[in-house]
Structures are given as structure tokens and as C-alpha cells.
Design a protein around this ligand. Structure first.
Ligand SMILES: *Cc1c(COP(=O)(O)O)cnc(C)c1O
Length: 426
């Protein structure tokens, strides 16, 4: 770890030796006002567009133009089962078996659909645990599920909080919650990589703790999918959801992914909301049969797949298929380690990194608290061609992604941050 060096030469040398450096050229890099590549560190919010995406979508537009409804069966990639083209590659990205994964709906919608099945409160066991700084959509979703079942969120929601003066969550505090309230908790739903701090949780550990107390356990992996190896199957989690527009580079508002553990694949007793796409493929179009759930995650689908969005996901997953998450992770750990090393040179009186120092407990993102900063810092960084993400009151979040970011991106980001903090705005 400590062989990092501060000079530009080091960054150039790392880029020259990076076996994944060619992937950057597969993406459109947004330009600044001078026509130069921006330093795009916002893949945690919206991943960049693969150059191939347009062709994948154009293929479907052309088939629709030429074939009309016949495209369902005659298109080059027949639309009827289009989601199946995504399953194996998506399963590899999140570390699941194909039967455990489906691409459908959008993220928050999937979270609700999963809770229909995995949040089944009873009078004595109805509470939900979520991390206190959960992404707002997740918090609203679990609160509304509580209300939907007639519970009060003040009483029904248990927050796993950082200790006074800390930002990161400690497992012993979750264990303490479970010791006291475990028998009342129906569901533990945690953001697998916290969107704010970048803390990457130990899914296996949390799942084991939850199951030991009889709770269902699910993860929102919006900030994990395509960023860190999630090993969802081995984690034993009951369900997981994620989106495809962050690290999975599939376009604004694109569809979500959903994981249902294999142990639930054939459980027809689980309550679920259904539609014709959750029904047995063999008899789906007879339209008269009683409902017959598909096994596995596919059995949670409702609607026929939106092909244009899925074409963008296919374009992206075909890139992921050519490089393993392990390879990406290896570069990511080194690249983010380099980023942390350079930031530390600015001094503790200027910045503080909130994200865990241990690479096993974070993905590529660093959340950087800048002393005495306000939103003008973010504006000045943007003007300097650094695309990052701001969170009030004083935190910038930067995510050097191993697919398209370089060591020089990271070097220049820190150079520009240094210039800005050393030269107060006039
Ligand atoms: C990005 C993100 C969302 C956004 O949800 P959508 O339904 O896709 O709008 C929700 N939860 C988390 C944890 C996120 O990171």
C-alpha cells in the first residue's frame, strides 16, 4: 500500500502498466467547456455511456421498425425473453446463481415488491431495522410498508446509528439491537454500500446475525453492484435489489436488478404481487390458466420487459462479461488507495476521509469532508473540470471507477482540490 508516490510520473506509470486501461476507450467521457475530458468521478450517481450502447438500442429500434409485433419472436434478440439475455452476466456481477437474479422494474419499486414477500409482520414481530443514514428512498419505502400494515413508523422502525461523533456503523451496535429487540424484528434492510459514507458492509455477518434472531435480511446494493464483489448467494441474504444506472452504466433511470435467494426459489407460499410475467412461460399465453409461479427470481416479474432500456443494460453487461469483478476489484482497491494516499497529503486540518480506511470495508468511493467548505467548493471543482457529488454540509463524494477512470484522473482531481482549498474564493 505504501509504495504510492506523489508525483505525476507515478500516475502516468500506473496508467501505462494498467491492463484495464483500454476499457476507458469503450466509454464516452463528458467534455468540459474547452473540449477536454472532464475528470468524471460520479459513477456512483450516473455511470458513463458505453460507446456501444447506441448500436444495441438501434438494433431494437430497427427490428421494431421492420418487424412490428413479429419482433417478439423474430427480432435478432427476440423480445419475449429479452430479460433472459441479461441474467447470466448480471448473476456473475452480483455473485449469484442465475435462478436467483432478474432484471425488472426500477429500484425502489423492486424494494417494495421484495418487502411484499419478505416483510410479513405479525403482532409480535413487525419491526424493521435500517441504517440511520439510509438513502432517503429506502427509508421512505420501509416507513410506508410499516404504515401499509397498520404500524407506526416511530415504533416500528429501528435505526442502526453511528455512535456520537462517528459516521461509520459498528456491528456490535447492531448485535445489541438484536439482543434487545430481535424477537420483534421482522426485517433487516441495509444499504449494502452506504451511499453517504461509502461503508461496505459484511453481508454474511449481518445475515447470520439477523437469521439467528429469526429476521429476514435484505440489502439495497445500488452502490455495490458493479463496484464491489457482492457474493449475494454465499451471503445467504433473503433478497437484494439494485439499480443499473450507477456503476452498471446502463443509462438514466434504467431498470433495477433483483436477487431472491435460491432457498426461496420454489416457495409458492410466499406472498407476492404477481402479473403475467411471473407466470409459467409454457402456459403464459393461454391466458386462461390459474396462476402458476415461475421458479426463482423471475417469478417476481410483473410485466413484459422494456426492450430499449434492456438493450442498454445488455451493452453494459457485455463489457462486464469481458472482465471479472475480481479484476475490477483489484484495480479498484489500488486506485482508491492511491486516491486516499494523495488526499492525505493535503493534511488533516484540510480534509478528513469519512469512508473506512480498510479496503475490505469500502468500494471505490471516498467521501471527503473538507474543513470550512460550502457548496462553492463543489462549484469550483466543477468549473475546474472535476465532476463529483456534493452532500451538505461539507462532503464531496468521489468514485474513481476501475472501468473508465485513470490514475491521472485521480492525480489531477487532487491537484485541483489543492489549488481550490489553498486559494479561497474571492
Ligand atoms: C440510487 C439509489 C436509489 C434510487 O432509487 P430509484 O428507485 O432508482 O430512483 C435508492 N436507494 C439507494 C440506496 C440508492 O443508492
Amino acid at each position: 500500500m505504501s509504495n504510492y508516490q506523489t508525483g505525476l510520473d507515478f500516475a502516468k506509470e500506473q496508467d501505462a502498466n494498467d491492463t484495464l486501461s483500454g476499457y476507458r476507450n469503450l466509454f464516452h467521457i463528458p467534455k468540459d467547456q474547452h473540449g477536454n475530458d472532464t475528470i468524471y468521478l460520479c459513477g456512483n450517481s450516473l455511470g458513463l455511456q458505453p460507446k456501444a450502447t447506441k448500436n444495441y438500442i438501434n438494433q431494437e429500434l430497427a427490428d421494431w421498425a421492420h418487424l412490428g409485433v413479429e419482433g417478439h419472436t423474430q427480432a435478432a434478440n427476440p423480445w419475449l425473453g429479452y430479460h433472459e439475455f441479461l441474467t447470466n452476466n448480471m448473476a456473475a456481477v452480483v455473485g449469484a446463481k442465475p435462478i436467483e437474479v432478474v432484471v425488472m422494474n426500477t429500484l425502489t419499486a423492486n424494494l417494495h415488491f421484495m418487502m411484499v414477500s419478505f416483510y410479513q409482520p405479525t403482532d409480535s414481530r413487525y419491526k424493521i431495522v435500517i441504517e440511520s443514514d439510509a438513502f432517503p428512498s429506502d427509508k421512505y419505502a420501509v416507513e410506508s410498508q410499516l404504515r401499509h400494515h397498520g404500524y407506526n413508523e416511530k415504533d416500528g422502525l429501528i435505526l442502526w446509528k453511528p455512535r456520537e461523533g462517528e459516521e461509520l456503523l459498528r456491528y456490535e451496535d447492531l448485535e445489541a439491537i438484536l439482543e434487545t429487540h430481535g424477537h420483534e424484528i421482522a426485517l433487516i434492510m441495509i444499504g449494502g454500500v452506504n451511499y453517504y459514507t461509502g461503508q461496505f458492509f459484511d453481508f454474511k455477518r449481518i445475515t447470520k446475525m439477523g437469521h439467528a434472531h429469526g429476521c429476514m435480511v435484505g440489502f439495497d446494493c445500488a452502490h455495490g453492484a458493479g463496484n464491489v464483489p457482492l457474493n449475494l448467494h454465499d451471503s445467504g441474504a433473503d433478497f437484494a435489489v439494485w439499480c443499473t444506472y450507477k456503476y452498471l452504466n446502463s443509462g438514466p433511470g434504467s431498470l433495477g436488478g433483483c436477487f431472491v435467494h435460491e432457498r426461496h426459489a420454489h416457495n409458492n407460499k410466499l406472498n407476492r404481487f404477481t402479473g403475467w410475467w411471473s407466470h409459467n412461460k409454457e402456459t403464459r399465453f393461454k391466458m386462461r390458466d390459474d396462476f402458476d409461479a415461475l421458479p426463482g427470481a423471475e417469478g417476481w416479474q410483473l410485466s413484459n420487459p422494456p426492450i430499449l432500456s434492456m438493450a442498454a443494460i445488455k451493452a453494459s453487461l457485455d463489457i462486464f462479461q469481458s472482465v471479472s469483478m475480481e479484476q475490477l476489484r483489484q484495480k479498484s482497491i489500488h486506485l482508491t488507495g492511491y486516491f486516499a494516499f494523495l488526499l492525505k497529503q493535503l493534511g488533516e486540518d484540510v480534509i478528513r476521509i469519512i469512508t473506512p480506511e480498510n479496503p475490505d470495508e469500502r468500494g471505490c468511493q471516498l467521501s471527503i469532508q473538507v474543513k470550512n467548505a460550502d457548496k462553492t467548493l463543489h462549484k469550483r471543482l466543477t468549473q475546474a473540470g472535476v465532476i463529483s457529488d456534493w452532500r451538505e454540509p461539507d462532503v464531496i463524494r468521489c468514485a474513481p471507477t476501475p472501468l473508465y477512470n485513470s490514475y491521472q484522473d485521480v492525480f489531477y482531481m487532487v491537484e485541483r482540490l489543492k489549488e481550490i482549498v489553498n486559494k479561497p474564493a474571492n
